[in-house]
Write a protein that binds this ligand. Structure first.
Ligand code: PMP
Length: 351
């Protein structure tokens, strides 16, 4: 196991990839994927692309796709950067955009890859504790930090920051690059992309993996003023001057073309999340208010590790967080209504 993965593994419950043990039907609620398929046009675009264009190199600038993303956000194509999943976009930011001479600040807790990338790319970092009710405290970020990264909604809590808070952060740290990681923004939050024309220190990162059901394709995007985007392009060119493959570009264009499908899937996930949260509360769970496609919940009587194990015996996989102050919490991805009924039935049985 590489140093990178062993570091990650130290803090998390075991990762269970897509494959299922033979003969076992798993309810997989552990990696925040979307339970619904991508828009029908995506599948058509993939089928059409594979015949005609695979023998050619992709457009190195992904011009058509960048223009489509820009149109959706009311920005210019020069304010859009694409990568293979938002993990790659974020890694480029850590490598080339975030300051290396002053600390990067991010909430404790937040996305587990931030300390990993900080170590890999020699970015000094400091962590800002959440409030006692698990909110990101924008007042608590140190004055001398060179960069800031905040997931919004936060992961793994699901708790949302409003745009007023983000504005405060941008204003108080005008000489820091502020990255807002919006992997889960479409499940109930308001994107900070509309602040980009006002703030030259803001980079917003999004993904097609969650709200667009395209985790298997690897499409990530960053929005920001041109000088920040140029900083990312410089890093990208030194690795892979083709940011995205032909199939992903065509499939993503098709996804952006079907706004109705996207909105409908998000609405269904939100409705299922709210219903599941209410049912878990009646079972005695403390459930944090979530604006994401997962719930973060703890039970006063049963440890998260035990709940994880007992759900696993019932073919349901969720996630718990070990060796942190949140060790009593489970993180449960929102699946279909049927999957969440299976979860609720199993929890009733266990408790
Ligand atoms: N940011 C956050 C907060 C995430 O939870 C994830 C998914 N695990 C990502 C970024 C990366 O997602 P992807 O690489 O699939 O775009």
């Amino acid at each position: 196991m590489s140093r990178f993965w062993s570091k990650l593994a130290a803090g998390l419950s075991p990762y269970v990839p897509g494959e299922q043990p033979r003969g076992e039907r798993l309810v997989k609620l552990n990696t925040n994927e979307n339970p619904y398929p991508p828009a029908p046009g995506v599948l058509a675009a993939i089928a059409e692309t594979s015949g005609s264009s695979l023998k050619r190199y992709p457009d190195p600038d992904s011009s058509e796709l960048r223009a489509a993303f820009a149109r959706r956000e009311g920005l210019d194509a020069g304010q859009v950067f694409l990568g293979n999943g938002s993990d790659e976009v974020l890694a480029h930011a850590f490598q080339g955009l975030l300051k290396h001479d002053r600390p990067l600040a991010f909430p404790d807790i937040s996305y587990s890859f931030y300390p990993v990338w900080s170590s890999l790319y020699d970015v000094p970092f400091t962590q800002v504790p959440l409030t006692s009710d698990f909110r990101v405290d924008v007042q608590a970020f140190p004055k001398d930090c060179g960069s800031i990264i905040v997931p919004n909604p936060n992961a793994p809590t699901g708790v949302l920051l409003g745009l007023d808070d983000i504005r405060q952060l941008l204003q108080a740290h005008a000489d820091a690059v502020v990255v807002i990681d919006e992997a889960y923004i479409d499940f109930g939050g308001e994107s900070a992309t509309r602040l980009i024309p006002e703030y030259d220190n803001l980079l917003v990162v999004q993904t097609a993996s969650k709200s667009r059901s395209l985790a298997g394709l690897r499409v990530g995007v960053a929005f920001g003023q041109e000088h920040l985007i140029e900083g990312l392009v410089r890093i990208k060119d030194s690795f892979n001057s083709y940011p995205m493959d032909v199939v992903s570009q065509q499939a993503m264009l098709a996804s952006l073309a079907d706004e109705q499908w996207f909105q409908d899937c998000c609405t269904r996930v939100i409705q299922t999340r709210e219903r599941t949260a209410a049912s878990m509360a009646t079972l005695g769970f403390e459930v944090l208010p979530s604006a994401a496609n997962f719930l973060f919940a703890s039970h006063p009587q049963v440890a998260a590790r035990d709940l994880f194990a007992r759900l696993r015996e019932r073919q349901i996989i969720v996630r718990y967080f070990d060796k942190t102050r949140i060790s009593e919490f489970l993180r449960i991805s929102i699946g279909t209504d049927e999957e969440m009924d299976a979860l609720l039935g199993a929890l009733e049985d266990i408790l």
